[in-house]
Design a protein around this ligand. Structure first.
Ligand code: ZN
Length: 157
């Protein structure tokens, strides 16, 4: 186990398309364990491998009940729309207004390579979309409507 450094949007790693995972070995398990520890330490709801400098299709998402590990995830179904504030551990101190589906279903492999499906609404759906975007080198600031001001953020709380 170990904390990994979180890269920011100034780093080229955050702007690249990540490669699929092909080896479900101890290296992947260590990466997932480290990402979980790093996410818990940073206090976020999701983390993608490129955020710790690893250009592989791996994300973790806290769905409110548990931390879901998604390897080679694909968005298979979306429904509705939501617009709300979104932040990113790689863009510290900023929040933007981003439109996302209200519901999202993801198909992915677990750390052993078994395919499964998971879904969620509201924050979880937002987080699935946000983290999957990272795997294609997309940061929310590139698709947001605008940045939120400090006053607006206070009103959201
Ligand atoms: Zn992010």
């Amino acid at each position: 186990m170990g904390l990994r450094k979180i890269f920011t949007d100034k780093d080229p790693a955050l702007h690249k398309v990540c490669k699929p995972v092909t080896n479900f070995d101890w290296r992947l398990h260590k990466l997932l364990d480290d990402m979980k520890e790093t996410l818990e330490n940073a206090g976020g709801v999701g983390l993608a491998a490129p955020q710790v400098g690893i250009l592989r299709r791996v994300v973790i998402v806290d769905n409110g009940e548990e931390i879901v590990e998604l390897v080679n995830p694909q968005l298979v179904e979306t429904d509705g729309e939501q617009e709300g504030p979104e932040g990113c551990l790689s863009v510290p101190g900023k929040y933007g207004l981003v439109k996302r589906p209200y519901y999202a279903k993801v198909k992915a492999q677990d750390r052993f390579g078994n395919w499964f499906e998971t879904d969620g609404e509201e924050l979880t759906a937002r987080c699935f979309c946000h983290e999957l975007d990272h795997l294609d080198g997309i940061i929310y600031t590139e698709i947001m409507e605008r940045l939120l001001t400090a006053d607006e953020l206070e009103m959201e709380e």
